[in-house]
Design a protein around this ligand. Structure first.
Ligand SMILES: [Zn+2]
Length: 263
């Protein structure tokens, strides 16, 4: 009986070790009031698990199934299309600049929209809209059929469309971000949708650390998602890589992270 108990206890502590994120810290400056705290240290297994759950597949996919990893393969230019009844253009630019600073491999910049014709086109378009215009914006962008399928499948508050080549290169993305439902909804949408735009297409409702868990409202770039995005844009990983290829490349990329996602 005692030995049985000991074995049981050992198993329990093993599963606890599998969820060993540590280094808990309050939400960073700039987060909305009441934003959840974050963990800042993760094991290689925790990062690997999140990477495979979020960088492969999409529960909102419409169209052919992509073969593998999707990401941009060139410097990314983002453009904000101002709109809605609350002016959040400057706040949206700060979110994009936050990504640019925290994930240098994105080579991300904000295009002013005033560049002369012929310069490099926009890669990531962000449209700021009121909630009441969400459905009509989807209709205008994607047409009735895709909008109907998408809205029937989920009850979206914000959304991102990602167009990529058969080889896995992201060609262009469009995100719709709601601006008139408070700071928490805006910031959560802004950070969440940009993760999709950069290639983390999926959700994981069982992952307690990511912004791409739809049961969470985060509103900032947590260390965990920053690490996943840094891995996705690591030179050792390439667009179109299969899960098996990514599994071979990932350990080296994780070693290259500063302390596997720690600050
Ligand atoms: Zn999402």
């Amino acid at each position: 009986m005692k030995r049985l108990f000991a074995a049981f206890f050992f198993l329990l502590s093993l599963s606890a070790a599998a969820l060993a994120a540590s280094g808990k810290q309050p939400a960073p400056a700039g987060a909305f009031v009441g934003a959840p705290p974050e963990y800042t240290r993760f094991s290689a297994a925790e990062l690997t698990r999140g990477f495979f759950a979020l960088a492969f597949g999409s529960d909102l996919r419409i169209g052919p199934r992509p073969r593998g990893i999707r990401r941009f393969d060139h410097p990314i230019r983002a453009h904000i299309v101002a709109g809605g009844s609350v002016d959040r253009s400057a706040a949206m630019a700060r979110v994009i600049e936050d990504y640019a600073r925290q994930v240098p491999n994105l080579r991300l910049s904000v295009a002013s929209g005033n560049e002369p014709a012929g310069v490099q086109p926009v890669d990531v378009e962000v449209q700021l809209i009121d909630e009441k215009n969400f459905k009509s914006a989807l209709l205008a962008a994607f047409g009735a059929q895709i909008t109907k399928t998408f809205v029937a499948r989920t009850d979206p508050q914000c959304m991102t469309s990602v167009k990529s080549s058969a080889e896995g290169d992201i060609l262009r993305t469009v995100s719709f971000i709601i601006v008139d439902k408070g700071d928490d909804v805006f910031l959560d949408c802004a950070y969440h949708e940009l993760l999709h735009a950069f290639g983390l297409s999926n959700h994981d409702q069982r992952n307690p650390w990511t912004t791409l868990n739809q049961k969470r409202i985060v509103g900032y770039l947590p260390v965990y998602d920053r690490a996943l995005l840094t891995l996705l844009y690591d030179p050792r990983l390439k667009p179109g890589m299969t899960a098996a290829q990514a599994r071979a490349a990932l350990p080296g990329a994780i070693k290259g992270l500063s302390l596997a996602g720690t600050k």
